[in-house]
Design a protein around this ligand. Structure first.
Ligand SMILES: *[C@@H]1O[C@H](CO)[C@@H](O)[C@H](O)[C@H]1NC(C)=O
Ligand SMILES: *[C@@H]1O[C@H](CO)[C@@H](O)[C@H](O)[C@H]1NC(C)=O
Length: 376
C-alpha cells in the first residue's frame, strides 16, 4: 500500500495539481468502453517515440529546429492515465513498468554542440589565395548537378560575406564589431562579415536607398552573402520545377527536418552581392544563383554557419558548400525585390533581414586545400 501511494503520488506530481484526492481513482476509473486490465493502448508510444512524430518547425537555426522537433514533449493527464493502464498498473502496484514513463524517455540523439576538436570540418572557410586547411572530410561533396536535384527550401542572407576570398576581404567592419563586443554576440546587431571593396565606388554609386522590403542593416555599399539552401528534406524533387516550388520558408527547419527527416543531404550555394546604386538589375535573385552566373566557384565539405558557432563551439551538421569567390554588384532595387519575393511569394518574414556572420573558422577546423575544388 505504501508503494502504491508512492507510485501514485509520484505520477500525480508529474501530472497535475487538479486531480481528485485519490489519484488512483483518476488513473484507473474506466470510461465504459474499456476495462483496466488487459487493455493495452498505445497512444503513449507516440510520446515515447518523438522522432516518429517530429514535425518540421520554422526556426532560425538548424539546431533550434531539431531541438524543437525532438525535444521534451508535454504529457497530458489523459496520456499518463492511458500509460498507467496500458502498463497494467491498476490494482497491481508491484508491477514493474516495461516502458519509461511518458515524458521521461531519453532522446536517442545528442544535441550538445560538438567541440571543434571532434566536429567535422566547418564553414566558413577562407578561400583566399594561400589560405590553408587541416582536415580530411568524411562526407562526400555533392556536385552542381546533385545540388540542383535537391529542392530549394530556404534563401537567407548574411551581413557581409561569411567566407573570405581575394575579392571580398575587407574586415574593417568585422574588426570594429568584434572589438566592441569583445567576442560576445550583440543581440541587437548582426556581426558583419567581409565586404567587397568600396574605395572604387563613386559618390553616385554610394547614394543611399530606402529599402521597402528588406529589413535591418541592408544598405548601399555593403555586401551580403546570400545562401541558397537545397535539401533532400524538401518536397519538390523536380529540379527544373524549382520556380514553382512554393515551399520556401524562413529558417533552416525545412532543410534540417522537413517531413521529419533527420539526416537529409543539404547543399548551400553561397553568392556575394554588393549593393551599388545604378548597379546591374537582376530580376530574380531568389530562385538561385544562376541569374548572375557563378563561374569562379568552388565546392567543399563544411557545416552550418551563423553566430552561434565559432572556433570552440562547432556546428554538428555536415553540409556541401558551393561558394562563388567573386563579388557581384546588384542594384538596390534588385536586392529589395529579393525580399519582396520572399515575403509575397512565400510569406517569409524572419529572413528579410540579414543574419550575423560567423567568425572565419580557423584553418585547424576546415578542410585541406585539396578538398576545395572548382565547382563541377
Ligand atoms: C573597407 O571598409 C571600410 C569601412 O567601410 C572603408 O572605409 C574602406 O574604404 C574599405 N576599403 C576598401 C579597400 O574598400
Ligand atoms: C519537372 O518540371 C518541369 C517544369 O514544370 C516539367 O516540364 C517536367 O515535366 C517535370 N518533370 C517531372 C519528372 O515531373
Amino acid at each position: 500500500m505504501l508503494r502504491l501511494l508512492a507510485v501514485t503520488a509520484c505520477l500525480a506530481k508529474v501530472a497535475i495539481a487538479t486531480c481528485p484526492d485519490d489519484p488512483e481513482v483518476d488513473l484507473c476509473e474506466t470510461t465504459g468502453e474499456e476495462t483496466g486490465s488487459g487493455f493495452r493502448s498505445s497512444p503513449w508510444m507516440a510520446l515515447l517515440l518523438p522522432l516518429a512524430s517530429a514535425r518540421p518547425k520554422v526556426a532560425t537555426g538548424l539546431a533550434l529546429a531539431l531541438a524543437l522537433a525532438v525535444g521534451a514533449e508535454a504529457v497530458t493527464c489523459g496520456e499518463l492515465k492511458d500509460f498507467y493502464k496500458s502498463e497494467q498498473c491498476c490494482g497491481s502496484p508491484t508491477t514493474v513498468l516495461s516502458n519509461p514513463v511518458p515524458g521521461t524517455a531519453t532522446c536517442p540523439y545528442n544535441f550538445n554542440k560538438p567541440a571543434c576538436s571532434t566536429a567535422e570540418p566547418q564553414t566558413p572557410r577562407d578561400l583566399s589565395t594561400g589560405a590553408t586547411g587541416s582536415m580530411v572530410p568524411k562526407a562526400a561533396t555533392l556536385t552542381d548537378a546533385q545540388a540542383n536535384f535537391l529542392p530549394l527550401v530556404n534563401v537567407h542572407f548574411h551581413l557581409g560575406a561569411e567566407h573570405k576570398s581575394d575579392a571580398y576581404n575587407n574586415d574593417t567592419d568585422a574588426m570594429a564589431y568584434d572589438a566592441a563586443s569583445s567576442g560576445r554576440r550583440l543581440a541587437s546587431n548582426p556581426r558583419p562579415g567581409f565586404m567587397c571593396p568600396t574605395d572604387t565606388l563613386t559618390d553616385a554609386q554610394m547614394t543611399p536607398y530606402t529599402f521597402q522590403h528588406c529589413k535591418g542593416d541592408v544598405q548601399v555599399g555593403k555586401s551580403y552573402e546570400v545562401h541558397y539552401v537545397h535539401s533532400s528534406a524538401g518536397t519538390d524533387h523536380n529540379a527544373s520545377d524549382d520556380m514553382n516550388a512554393d515551399l520556401l520558408a524562413d529558417g533552416l527547419g525545412g532543410a534540417a527536418n522537413g517531413r521529419g527527416l533527420l539526416n537529409p543531404m543539404v547543399v548551400v550555394q553561397g553568392q556575394i552581392y554588393q549593393i551599388v546604386n545604378g548597379g546591374p538589375t537582376v530580376n530574380d535573385l531568389l530562385h538561385g544563383w544562376t541569374v548572375v552566373g557563378h563561374a569562379n566557384s568552388v565546392m567543399y565539405s563544411g557545416s552550418t554557419t551563423g553566430q552561434s558557432h565559432d572556433n570552440s563551439v562547432c556546428s554538428p551538421y555536415v553540409i556541401t558548400w558551393h561558394v562563388d569567390k567573386d563579388c557581384h554588384q546588384v542594384s538596390p532595387e534588385s536586392f529589395d525585390n529579393l525580399c519582396k519575393q520572399m515575403k509575397d511569394m512565400y510569406g517569409m518574414s524572419v529572413d528579410l533581414e540579414p543574419h550575423g556572420s560567423r567568425i572565419l573558422v580557423s584553418s585547424t577546423y576546415v578542410v585541406r586545400n585539396e578538398y576545395v575544388v572548382p565547382l563541377a
